[in-house]
Design a protein around this ligand. Structure first.
Ligand code: SF4
Length: 331
C-alpha cells in the first residue's frame, strides 16, 4: 500500500492543478496521512486552494425554511420521522420570513443564502412559494447568490426555480453508493444522483457533498470524493457528523480534528476547481483547529446550521483574518 511518505507532493500538486485525477492509492495515502505529517499535507493543499481561489473565503448562511416532520429516515438527521431529537417543528415559512433571512445574510456579508426545507421533495405549492421568495430576494439583494435545498427534484421544478432567480440547488450525496443503505432506506443514492442531473440539466449550479464520520470506511469516503469529481459538482460541502441525541446515529463519534482535516484535503485535491466548503459539525469536530480547514476549503457556513448552532459571522470573520485569509466581500 502506498504511504503518504512515498508521495512526491510537489509533483502531486502540479498534476492536480493540470487537471489530472489523483489515483486512488495516492488519495488513500492522503486520507491516511500520519498526524505528524499533517502540516505537510495542509501546506500542499493550500497551494492548490491558493492557485484557484487565492486566500478568499465565501461566507454562506442557511435558513431552515421548514423544520421537522420529514417522512424520510436519514439516520443522521434530527428532522427525520425516526428521530426523537428535540427540535423546532414548523411549516414552510412565509415569504416575508424568507426575505428577512436573506436580508440578514446580506447584512452579515454572506455571499450565498440557502433556504432548506425538510421533506422528501417539494410539491407544486412549495415550488410556487419558494419561487416567489427567490424572485423577491433577487430583486432586493441582487448580489446574493440564492441556493435551495428541497430534497428530490425533477427537471421542471428546477427550471421553474431557475426562472425565479435561484442559482444553486443543494442535494448532498452524503456518502458512497455502497454505504447509503446503512443510513437511509426511504430513497437511494441513485435517486440523489438523478436530482443532481435534473438540476444541471435545468442550467442551475450544483451543490452536493457529504457527511464524514457516519461509520463509513475509507473506501466509502474515497468513493464520495471521486463521485463529486466525476459528477462535476460545482460546490462540495463537507459536513462532519454532529451525532444529535435522539437520532439513530447519536452514538457515532469516530472523528478527530486531524481526521477531519485530512478529509477536507482529500476533497480539495480531488475537486481543485470546485468550491469546497466546511459545513455542519465543523465547530464540534474540529474545535480549535477549525481555522486550518481554510487551507483546503474556500467557503464556510456562519451563524449555525439547520437545527444546531455554529460560529457567528463576527467570530468567523475574526478566525478567517487570524488565519491569514480574507472574506470574499460582495459588491
Ligand atoms: S430527506 Fe432531508 S429532512 Fe428528511 S430525513 Fe433526510 S435529510 Fe432529513
Amino acid at each position: 500500500m502506498l504511504k503518504f511518505e512515498d508521495l512526491d507532493l510537489d509533483r502531486l500538486i502540479e498534476q492536480v492543478l493540470a487537471g489530472v485525477e489523483l489515483d486512488r492509492e495516492s488519495a488513500r495515502a492522503i486520507l491516511n496521512c500520519p498526524d505528524e505529517r499533517l502540516g505537510d499535507l495542509l501546506a500542499a493543499t493550500l497551494k492548490v486552494r491558493e492557485a484557484v481561489f487565492g486566500r478568499k473565503v465565501k461566507l454562506c448562511m442557511l435558513r431552515n425554511a421548514r423544520s421537522g416532520i420529514c417522512p424520510e429516515d436519514c439516520g443522521y438527521c434530527s428532522q427525520s420521522r425516526v428521530s426523537k431529537a428535540d427540535i423546532p417543528v414548523y411549516k414552510l415559512q412565509s415569504i416575508g420570513q424568507l426575505v428577512e433571512g436573506a436580508e440578514r445574510a446580506a447584512h452579515t456579508g454572506a455571499g450565498r443564502y440557502c433556504m432548506v426545507t425538510s421533506g422528501r421533495g417539494p410539491d407544486a405549492r412549495d415550488i410556487e412559494h419558494l419561487g416567489e421568495a427567490c424572485d423577491r430576494i433577487r430583486g432586493q439583494f441582487p448580489q446574493l447568490e440564492i441556493c435551495l435545498s428541497l430534497g428530490l427534484m425533477d427537471r421542471d421544478q428546477a427550471e421553474t426555480l431557475k426562472g425565479a432567480g435561484a442559482g444553486w440547488i443543494n442535494h448532498n450525496l452524503n456518502t458512497s453508493r455502497r454505504f447509503y443503505p446503512q443510513i437511509c432506506s426511504t430513497h437511494t443514492w441513485d435517486d440523489r444522483v438523478q436530482t443532481i442531473e435534473n438540476v444541471r440539466a435545468a442550467g442551475l449550479s450544483t451543490c452536493s457533498g457529504g457527511i464524514v464520520g457516519m461509520g463509513e470506511s475509507d473506501d466509502d469516503l474515497l468513493d464520495l470524493a471521486y463521485a463529486a469529481r466525476r459528477l462535476r459538482i460545482d460546490s462540495v460541502p463537507v459536513n462532519f457528523l454532529n451525532s444529535i441525541r435522539g437520532t439513530p446515529l447519536q452514538d457515532r463519534r469516530a472523528l478527530t480534528p486531524p481526521k477531519c482535516l485530512k478529509a477536507v484535503c482529500l476533497f480539495r485535491l480531488l475537486n481543485p476547481t470546485s468550491e469546497v466548503r466546511a459545513a455542519g459539525g465543523r465547530e464540534l469536530n474540529l474545535g480549535a483547529l477549525q481555522g486550518y480547514a481554510l487551507y483546503a476549503v474556500n467557503s464556510i457556513f456562519v451563524d449555525g446550521y439547520l437545527t444546531t448552532p455554529g460560529l457567528a459571522a463576527a467570530g468567523a470573520r475574526e478566525m478567517i483574518e487570524r488565519m491569514g485569509f480574507e472574506v470574499e466581500e460582495r459588491d
